[in-house]
Design a protein around this ligand. Structure first.
Ligand SMILES: Nc1nc2c(ncn2[C@@H]2O[C@H](COP(=O)(O)OP(=O)(O)OP(=O)(O)O)[C@@H](O)[C@H]2O)c(=O)[nH]1
Ligand SMILES: [Mg+2]
Length: 200
């Protein structure tokens, strides 16, 4: 999926990922975002870094194959691990992706089954993609980026509101706190232009 998104190529032979990272600038609703993509290992012997990736990432693409029910089932555990690592936050930017939509004749996961899972995960978006045919590939990356940006903006708005409240209450310590917040906001401005997305 990521070679197709970043380089426009589809790799026919199966070569298990150990760890691949890519960078691509994309347009999200008119905003230029530098997307850092970490493509992680699905095979068990290469998964030791998984917790580290989860901690580091701002958003996640959870990808299964519509031709394999077990690939969908495996994602449930990963999603739980993500929520736990993100401090129980149920609104972590996640997109559920059913790949290989070009293999309709081999489908074993129905759209409705996958959709049920996406709803159980707090209504995360569900897309079906084909890396082979480059269908919906860009869309899933844009969707997760949009979620990351929205979450960041909401967090910043909440901080600004609580800053305004501090000031209106005339908190004597607020000047130093305001400076700290400004530094934090500047930092998150920079972060916003770099969205880190992990594929599991
Ligand atoms: N028909 C079809 N085959 C695909 C598609 N995407 C991937 N494949 C094939 O499925 C196999 C596995 O694809 P990968 O992208 O390596 O799968 P992966 O989940 O990244 O595997 P790991 O790196 O081991 O986690 C390869 O042979 C691909 O060519 C698709 O959209 N359609
Ligand atoms: Mg891979």
């Amino acid at each position: 999926m990521s070679p197709q998104f970043v380089q426009g190529v589809f790799i026919e032979s199966y070569d298990p990922t150990i760890e691949d990272s890519y960078c691509k600038q994309i347009d999200v609703d008119g905003r230029q975002v530098m997307l850092e993509i970490m493509d992680t290992a699905g095979t068990e012997q290469f998964t030791s870094m998984r917790e580290f990736y989860m901690r580091d990432a701002h958003g996640f693409l959870l990808v299964f194959s519509i031709t394999s029910m077990s690939s969908l089932h495996e994602l449930a555990e990963l999603r739980e691990q993500i929520v736990q690592i993100k401090g129980g936050d149920p609104n972590v930017p996640i997109v559920l992706v059913g790949n290989k939509s070009d293999l309709e004749e081999d489908r074993v996961v129905s759209r409705s089954r996958a959709f049920q899972v996406s709803q159980a995960w707090g209504n995360v978006p569900y897309y079906e993609t084909s890396a082979r045919r480059r269908q919906n590939v860009g869309e899933v990356f844009v969707d997760v980026c949009r979620q990351i940006i929205r979450k960041d903006m909401n967090a910043r708005m909440r901080r600004q509101q609580s800053g305004a409240l501090d000031r209106s209450l005339g908190d004597g310590r607020s000047s130093r706190r305001r400076k700290k917040r400004r530094e934090y906001d500047d930092d998150s401005d920079r972060r916003e232009r770099r969205s880190r997305c992990t594929i599991l």
